[in-house]
Ligand binder design. Structure first.
Ligand code: NAG
Length: 193
């Protein structure tokens, strides 16, 4: 009885440690018909701890008015009526027949989506049978940082000045220790009389 209770507690703890998969609501807005509110394009599930296991939960092929040549794509909060991530623009042709949508999400260190883009990849029926929409979630990584050397110190004459080395404790106080040892050796003998 106790062991099962312990096991279930352990399992609960493990579930908390393992990051909960998140969902992202991707919306699309035709341009230049900015009067038209963004409409849902896809819902994507991803796990910040295991980005390669992301998947497309749902996908709505968008209805793009013929006048619109471009579309804006990003995460959108329909209640707040605001884009909640960086948006990108793609040609409306990316969503026409014969193209399979490939969605790319960029996430920051905390797993929050920073930007969304989508591109139609031409379907080559001879090569693949998997025509469905795909999602790739990529982490934002920091670029290589430059390694800076210590600044060069010049004297008023323009010569290079070597900084003074910090002395160690022993280098500074060896003479005090020597005196203490000397006193201990010479004075200590007095007590034995
Ligand atoms: C998809 O959109 C990009 C960016 O606008 C564009 O360069 C590309 O030609 C489009 N692809 C198709 C198949 O229309």
């Amino acid at each position: 009885m106790r062991i099962t209770a312990l096991l279930s507690a352990l399992c609960a703890a493990a579930a908390v440690v393992h990051a909960v998969p998140r969902t992202a609501q991707i919306y699309m807005q035709p341009i230049p018909s900015s009067s038209q509110a963004p409409s849902p394009l896809a819902e994507v599930s991803y796990d910040p701890a295991a980005l390669s296991f992301s998947s497309v939960i749902s996908y709505d092929a968008p209805e793009i008015p013929p006048a619109a040549r471009l579309v804006r794509i990003g995460l959108y909060d329909a209640k707040a009526r605001a884009w909640t991530s960086g948006t990108t623009v793609a040609a409306a042709d990316n969503f026409s027949k014969g193209y399979s949508p490939n969605i790319v999400l960029s996430t920051d260190g905390s797993g929050t989506v920073v930007s969304v883009s989508c591109k139609g990849v031409a379907i080559d029926a001879g090569q693949t049978r998997d025509f469905g929409p795909k999602v790739v979630v990529l982490p934002e990584t920091r670029g290589k940082q430059p390694q800076l050397n210590k600044p060069v110190v010049l004297s008023p004459e323009g010569r290079k000045v070597e900084p003074e080395q910090e002395k160690t404790f022993l280098q500074k106080y060896w003479w005090m220790i020597a005196i203490a040892v000397f006193i201990a050796l010479s004075g200590g003998g007095g007590g034995e009389k």
